[in-house]
Design a protein around this ligand. Structure first.
Ligand code: BV8
Ligand code: ZN
Length: 257
């Protein structure tokens, strides 16, 4: 760990206060310690599958069974995993700090399972399905936690057409309500970007936007990212270790009752 690590931990811990508007953006690195592969790392999901083959509407159009096979496999993987220490600290902060907002690019649902309130799911959820035909009779999305899927690809309960995963694929727009709330959350005092490669837009631009609003910015990541040179505090290390260290420093600095 860099030699300024401890002082940066303290500096970040001092920013965590109830009167602060805190926004947290998370990515795949936060779920890595739970056993969920990241996307772009050496063992990442994109090493064996090209995104354009699996995470686009065109791919689904071409071969819905192949795309569902991949999502079915990921759903089974995620179901067997538990939230880790990083999720636990963030869940605690979401209750401790009433003005904290958490935006996640992760589709795994682990923040919710750890007890985080009001998670903004920027790229949707692997546990939600949508009607591929967008038929009027079906709900906009519905939850289906069945694993493995009994007869992939699953069908829409209303029109019996294809159902698709309730995630945002490349080339698709972020749901307007989620985007609006995320953009609004960049107007904050502290913006914390954790475990994301900061390469997928528009999520990657949120940190710059918060800077433009005058927020103090911090990053927690194993590796350097395009955000590292932009942020005020860059903490290099695993989120499941760095976040508990920040929480310990925060709790130690709290005035005793
Ligand atoms: C859109 C589906 C408007 C869900 C995913 C501007 C500039 C350049 C390109 C674009 C741009 N605007 C739009 C684009 C195109 C594209 C894009 O960004 N392309 C990039 C890659 C070049 N974006 C879009 O298409 C987006 N839509 O902009 O709409 C539009 C539409 C049409 C026409 C015009 C405009 C939609 C993007 C949706 C992407 N969806 N997947 C799924 O199946 O999961 S992508 C995928 O990447 C995941 O969903 C994930 O959420 C997302 C981000 O990944 P990360 O979380 O960052 O994960 P990654 O593996 O990369 O990194 C992990 C990091 O953690 C690493 O840094 C690693 O070091 C670190 N780490 C590892 N372990 C740990 C750790 N850190 C801490 N602790 C650890 N233990
Ligand atoms: Zn339908």
């Amino acid at each position: 760990m860099p030699e300024n690590h401890d002082s940066n931990v303290t500096r970040l811990a001092e920013q965590l206060r109830s009167d602060r508007r805190i926004t947290v953006l998370t990515g795949a690195g936060v779920s890595a310690a739970s056993g969920i592969p990241t996307f772009r790392g050496p063992d990442g999901l994109w090493r064996t599958h090209r995104p354009e083959e699996l995470a686009t509407a065109e791919a689904f159009e071409r071969d819905p069974a192949l795309v569902w096979d991949w999502y079915d496999w990921r759903r089974q993987l995620v179901a067997a995993c538990l939230p880790n220490e990083a999720h636990a600290v963030l869940a605690d902060w979401s209750h401790r700090f009433p003005r904290l907002r958490l935006i996640t690019q992760n589709v795994d649902g682990l923040h919710e399972r750890a007890g985080t309130r009001d998670v903004l799911r920027f790229h949707g959820s692997i546990w939600e399905l949508r009607c591929w035909n967008r038929c009027a009779a079906a709900p906009k999305r519905w939850i289906d936690r069945t694993i493995p899927l009994p007869a992939p690809p699953p069908r829409c309960p209303a029109c019996d057409g294809l159902a698709r995963p309730g995630v945002v694929w490349f080339g698709e727009v972020i749901e307007s309500d989620v985007l609006d709330r995320s953009l609004a959350a960049t107007d904050c005092d502290l913006f914390l970007t954790i475990g994301t490669s900061s390469t997928v837009h528009p999520a990657a631009a949120l940190v710059q936007r918060s800077r433009a609003h005058g927020a103090l910015t911090a990053e927690i990541n194993l590796d350097a990212t395009p955000a590292s040179s932009l942020v005020d505090i860059a903490l290099r290390g695993p989120a499941e270790q760095v976040l508990p260290a920040v929480e310990e420093a925060r709790a130690a600095g709290e005035p005793s009752a």
